[in-house]
Ligand binder design. Structure first.
Ligand code: NAI
Length: 461
């Protein structure tokens, strides 16, 4: 019996929908299964809605500080309900855009949860909504979910007093006091929003620093910027319990601290969605991070691929896009592979952080011989013109001997828009002398890269 499709995609997030579109456009008869809404966590309850909120916070901050720029505003107020409604409109527009893309590419979309059922002649079977569908190949792109730890009171209050990334984006009132458990990417972006919106924010973070693997100097600067806005950080504090009205944590000296709160955001990490999708029916291997994949996003089972958060490599939407393309190219027999060295990451706080390549901490740990130079963002004229009293940093690492760029780390406005250029430098192995020959538009904040590069000698001393 012939299989129904060339490819079945499980999950309609960035990896799933982009993989489906690329495959269908390349001529593969493709079906995609999504149980919730097309666009996945990124579009519905992650990257995009959080950016809609943060843009409102940015405007609000600008309006309140307008006088610094000669703009006198009357009463400035943040209408949380309107902010959240706009977030919804943005999401709906983009979800319908993804649906249109699927139609345009000829992808058959099913609104159902799919589970791998087993093998059939020439491929695999998938069960969804009581029906069985078959395909020659599978792309597993089921994403990730918020980690819910066994901390007393967390599970019982989930969706109510305790919010995850999902609920925190839909609050129609700004809580007076917000406690955030976990000072990583999700935590910090929401800290930036709610602190700007007027909440008294306290962050409980287990480590002695915020922002995970981010360059320590930058994360320290971000912490100070957020503290200026009234955010309180309890570092090296472990969350002990949660009950409506408060969070309890253990301080480094072993004492117990209680943080009064009207809402709690739980943001202690995400876990790959590998359960209950039928991996065992095929014997698909998993590891601690998620589904085990190689550089072509192939699993241990021939013709079964996994892309995006579910393979646990980077858990970033843009990485998911690229992984999906690599997986589809592997299906089509085209030469391609994942390279993560020049994978940029951004924390969309106010101000934002963007990084690519090695941090100093990583270079030291890997024994890489590097040279580092840094300058304040105030070396870029555009930054000074637009950021009254503000500051930021650009830090570049180059290989001591070969003089190629190893890492670029930025804190300040437009960092997220600049970083792809820095990623190009790393991807194409540009050396100091090569970057010096590039022309940057003036005046832009991106010129800071050029300023810092000119601090290096072309050749190793
Ligand atoms: P995360 O891994 O970035 O941060 C979690 C933090 O929680 C860590 O700093 C950890 O030390 C801390 N923690 C863990 N258990 C704790 C406890 N019991 N008490 C106190 N602190 C504790 O995880 P997050 O923020 O939930 O984000 C999840 C994923 O989503 C990340 O992998 C990130 O890459 C992705 N993401 C990316 C965004 C972006 O690219 N801008 C935006 C949002 C999410």
């Amino acid at each position: 019996m012939a299989v129904e499709y060339d490819l079945i995609v499980l999950g309609g997030g960035p990896a799933g929908y982009l993989g489906a579109e690329r495959a269908a456009k390349a001529g593969l008869k493709t079906a995609l299964f999504e149980e919730k809404s097309l666009g996945g966590v990124c579009l519905n309850e992650g990257c995009i809605p959080s950016k809609a909120l943060l843009n409102s916070a940015k405007l609000y901050e600008h309006a309140r500080e307008g006088a610094k720029y000669g703009v006198l505003c009357g009463e400035v107020r943040l209408d949380q309900k309107a902010v959240v409604e706009r977030r919804g409109r943005v999401v709906r527009t983009l979800v319908s855009g993804v649906a249109a893309k699927m139609r345009g590419a000829g992808v058959k979309v099913f609104s159902a949860r799919a589970k791998i059922a087993g093998r059939v002649d020439g491929g695999f079977s998938v069960e969804a909504g009581g029906e069985v569908h078959t395909a020659a190949r599978l792309l597993i792109a089921t994403g990730s979910s918020a980690v819910v730890p066994p901390i007393p009171g967390v599970r019982e209050n989930l969706g109510g007093f305790v919010a995850t990334n999902r609920e925190i984006l839909t609050l129609t009132e700004v809580p007076d006091r917000l406690a955030v458990i976990g000072g990583g990417v999700i935590g910090l972006e929401m800290v930036a929003y709610y602190a700007a919106a007027g909440a008294k924010v306290t962050v409980v973070e287990m480590l002695d620093h915020i922002a995970g693997a981010t360059d320590r100097e930058l994360s320290g600067m971000l912490k100070r910027e957020l503290e200026k806005k009234g955010v309180k950080f309890l570092l090296s504090h472990k969350c002990l319990s949660v009950e409506p009205g408060k969070v309890a944590a253990e301080a480094p000296d072993g004492s117990r601290v209680e943080i009064p709160a009207d809402k709690v955001l739980l943001s202690i990490g995400r876990r790959a969605n590998v359960r209950d999708i039928g991996l065992e029916a095929l014997g698909v291997e998993t590891n601690r991070a998620g589904i085990a994949t190689d550089a072509q996003c192939r699993t241990n089972v021939e013709n079964v691929y996994a892309a995006g958060d579910v393979n646990g490599h980077h858990m970033l939407a843009h990485t998911a896009y690229r992984e999906a393309e690599v997986a589809v190219n592997a299906m089509l027999g085209r030469r391609d592979r994942m390279r993560y060295r020049a994978n940029p990451s951004v924390i969309y706080t106010l101000p934002e952080i963007a990084s690519v390549g090695l941090t100093e901490e990583e270079a030291k740990a890997e024994g890489v011989e590097y040279e580092v130079k840094k300058l304040s963002m105030r070396y870029a004229g555009r930054f000074v013109a637009e950021n009254e009293g503000g500051d930021g940093l650009c830090k570049i690492l180059v290989d001591k001997k070969h003089r190629n760029v190893l890492g670029v780390h930025l804190l300040g406005s437009y960092a997220s828009e600049i970083i792809w250029g820095a990623a190009e430098m790393i991807e194409t192995e540009l050396r100091v002398c090569d970057v010096k020959e590039l022309i940057f538009p003036h005046p832009t904040v991106s010129e800071i890269l050029r300023e810092v590069i000119w601090e290096f000698d072309d050749a190793a001393k």
